[in-house]
Design a protein around this ligand. Structure first.
Ligand SMILES: CC(C)(COP(=O)(O)OP(=O)(O)OC[C@H]1O[C@@H](n2cnc3c(N)ncnc32)[C@H](O)[C@@H]1OP(=O)(O)O)[C@@H](O)C(=O)NCCC(=O)NCCS
Length: 214
C-alpha cells in the first residue's frame, strides 16, 4: 500500500506564524540523515539554534514565505527572495555567524564557506530564489514539499520569473527536476557537494547546459 498524500493549504506566512514556521524549518534540517547520528541532547540544541537562524531569515531578511497548513498546524515552509537580494552577503553571514556557532563542531565555518560559494555562483540575472524549503520530518514524502513547489511555479510563471536554488542530495535533485529545475553546476565545499538548479521562465533565459543529464 502506498503512503497517503497530505492535502495542505499553501498561503503566505503571516507575522504571527513566524516562530512556528521557523521551528518547522529547523526540525526539517535538524532531522536530516546527517544529524540522526547525534545524541538527542545535541540534536535538540542544534534544532534550537537553527530555529534562531530561520527566524532571522524569515523575519528580518528580504523575501516572502509560503507556508503549508494542515488544519491549524504549519507543516512546511518555503522562503522566496527576488534577485539581487537573495544571497546572504558576506557581511550578513558574519552577522549571523554567532547563531551558527555551536550547532556542530566546525559547522559554522562550513556554513560560512557554503554561503560564500552560493553567493559566488548566484546567477547574475533576474530570478526568484528558494532558500530555504523544509517539511515537518514525520510528514516528509507525502507531497507537501511538492505542493509548495507547485505554488512557487505558479507564482513564478505568473510573474514570468526564473527560479533558482541550491541543494545537496540526489533525492532533492529528483524532486526539483519534476518541477522543471535543471542542475546547471555543482561545487564541492569542504567535503560536501552542492548543486545549483535553475528553472527558466521562458525559453529565452534557459542556461546552456544541464550537468545532470548532459
Ligand atoms: C526536501 C523536502 C522539502 C521535500 O518535501 P516532501 O514533502 O518530503 O516531498 P514530496 O513528498 O512532495 O516529494 C517526494 C520527493 O521528494 C524527494 N525527497 C527529498 N527528501 C525526502 C525525504 N526526506 N522524504 C521523502 N522524499 C524526499 C524525493 O525525490 C521524493 O521523491 P521519491 O519518493 O520519488 O524519491 C523535505 O523532504 C525536507 O524538508 N527535507 C529536509 C530538508 C531539505 O532537504 N530541504 C531542501 C533543501 S534544498
Amino acid at each position: 500500500m502506498g503512503i497517503a498524500m497530505e492535502s495542505v493549504v499553501v498561503e503566505l506566512m503571516q507575522p504571527a506564524d513566524l516562530m512556528e514556521a521557523a521551528v518547522v524549518l529547523s526540525r526539517a534540517f535538524a532531522y536530516r540523515p546527517v544529524s540522526r547520528a547525534l545524541s538527542e541532547k545535541r540534536r535538540l540544541d542544534r534544532e534550537r539554534r537553527l530555529t534562531a537562524v530561520h527566524r532571522l531569515m524569515l523575519g528580518r531578511l528580504p523575501g516572502q514565505t509560503l507556508v503549508a497548513r494542515k488544519g491549524q498546524r504549519i507543516v512546511g515552509a518555503m522562503r522566496i527572495v527576488q534577485w539581487p537580494q537573495c544571497q546572504i552577503s558576506p557581511r550578513q553571514g558574519l552577522l549571523m555567524l554567532p547563531l551558527m556557532l555551536g550547532i556542530k563542531r566546525g559547522a559554522s565555518l562550513h556554513w560560512l564557506m557554503v554561503r560564500y560559494v552560493w553567493w559566488r555562483h548566484d546567477p547574475r540575472q533576474s530570478h526568484w530564489h528558494i532558500d530555504p524549503l523544509g517539511v515537518e520530518p514525520d510528514l516528509q514524502g507525502r507531497g507537501i514539499g511538492s505542493q509548495l513547489l507547485g505554488r512557487f511555479c505558479e507564482l513564478a510563471d505568473e510573474a514570468s520569473l526564473a527560479g533558482y536554488l541550491e541543494t545537496d542530495t540526489p533525492e532533492n535533485i529528483r524532486l526539483y527536476q519534476r518541477f522543471g529545475f535543471l542542475a546547471t553546476g555543482k561545487a564541492s565545499i569542504m567535503g560536501s557537494t552542492d548543486w545549483f538548479m535553475w528553472r527558466s521562465a521562458t525559453e529565452g533565459n534557459r542556461p546552456a547546459h544541464n550537468c545532470i543529464s548532459g
